[in-house]
Design a protein around this ligand. Structure first.
Ligand code: FA5
Length: 345
């Protein structure tokens, strides 16, 4: 019996040493130390032993049990440590690896162009004003000398929301809103960039939603030559010296006299192409001297004050400067298109 116990101890210790995971250790524990294990069996057979042998074998069985138990615990600890080590090395972070590049967003091309336009006019003493995109019929039309049923309302097909509310068709309502705030006291010298909406069919140069920058200068003795000077200065600063501008007589109910301003086409250098509809010129803005009725309706004395106003199409200005062949590029938001334009410093 003594030999049997020593054999069992040897067997168990060898198995424990060979075990290489915690599951196997548990199996060995159950097999050798469990209730149905060989040591328990030996102890059960102690009844057959003599009184002298009994305590010796009992003591030995307990010692064997203790040795196996000890070996199991030591091995268990060892395997746990290996496991933790493995886990740590699998999860370790190499802090010396270069980081993944973060792709930074940028400003939309139209915002960049609006900023350039603002910078130029701020440099000429204008400040930036704002107005709502959902506008009343009064400010969009009536206050601009376009009473209800005036035929010139057809020049700008509108998106009406109710009988009295519409998406503004131009930034000109900000003229009337701003003049009202000044309560008849000039000078007023503002620009207003913003979105406008028209029921125009979309094509390479037209969109149903586009941006304008309005300009208004009302003071004593403002003349047509001031308007021309400001627009020429703007064109030179924005396009550079190589582009030409021309003024054509035109009609707007809110200005008298009125002009339309064209810039020479950059795609064909004025020779004529699809973009300029073979004319060599692209219309970029409407302008004129503020109509006395508009001044009076907004609380300004038209005998004391005169002024000029203009409204420019931002997309057209951007297309001309960057030779963009289709206005729809601005709205489809193709990343490859947008990332070509960076802020000018
Ligand atoms: C006006 O909107 C006037 N309010 C401008 C004005 C202001 C005149 C102050 C006098 C005094 P017009 O409809 O021509 O005018 O539009 C002005 C500019 O907006 C055009 O020269 C053009 O550059 C741009 N534009 C007009 N329609 C579209 C369109 N559908 N898509 C893109 N740009 C357009």
């Amino acid at each position: 019996m003594k030999e049997r116990l020593q054999e069992l101890q040897q067997e168990a210790v060898t198995l424990v040493e060979e075990a290489n995971d915690l599951k196997r250790l548990q199996e060995i524990r159950v097999a050798y130390l469990g209730k149905k294990g060989p040591i328990t069996e030996v102890l059960r057979g102690m009844g057959k032993l003599s009184a002298e042998e009994r305590p010796v074998i009992g003591q030995l069985a307990n010692d064997v049990r203790a040795v196996i138990q000890e070996k199991l615990e030591a091995k268990e600890q060892q395997l746990e440590e290996i496991e933790i080590e493995k886990k740590l090395s699998a999860e370790s972070i190499d802090v010396t690896l270069p980081g993944r590049p973060v792709s930074l967003g940028g400003q939309h091309t139209l915002s960049l162009v609006v900023e350039q336009i603002e910078d130029i006019f701020i440099g000429m003493g204008f400040t930036v004003a704002e107005g709502p995109e959902v506008e009343t019929d009064y400010y969009n039309f009536e206050a601009l000398n376009l009473p209800k049923d005036h035929p010139a309302r057809d020049m700008q097909d509108s998106f009406y929301i109710t009988n009295d509310l519409l998406l503004r068709t131009h930034t000109s309502p900000v003229q009337a809103r701003t003049m009202e705030k000044y309560k008849g006291q000039g000078p007023v010298k503002i620009i207003c960039p913003g979105k406008v909406f028209r029921r125009d069919d979309d094509d390479a140069t037209h969109s149903h939603q586009f941006m304008q920058v309005e300009g208004l200068y009302v003071a004593e003795n403002v003349r047509m030559s001031d308007l021309k000077g400001v627009l020429e200065t703007f064109a030179k600063k924005y396009f550079g010296e190589d582009r030409k501008i021309r003024l054509r007589p035109s009609f707007f109910p809110f200005t008298e006299p009125s002009v339309e301003v064209d810039v020479s086409c950059g795609m064909c250098s004025g020779k004529g192409c699809r973009i300029c509809k073979q004319t060599g010129w692209i219309e970029v803005l409407g302008a004129g001297m503020v109509h006395p009725n508009v001044l009076e309706m907004s609380g300004f004395d038209s005998k004391k004050y005169t002024g000029f106003a203009f409204g420019m199409g931002v997309e057209r200005l951007a297309m001309l400067k960057y030779d963009i062949d289709d206005i729809r590029h601005f709205y489809t938001n193709d990343y490859r298109f947008l990332t070509q334009f960076q802020r000018e410093r």
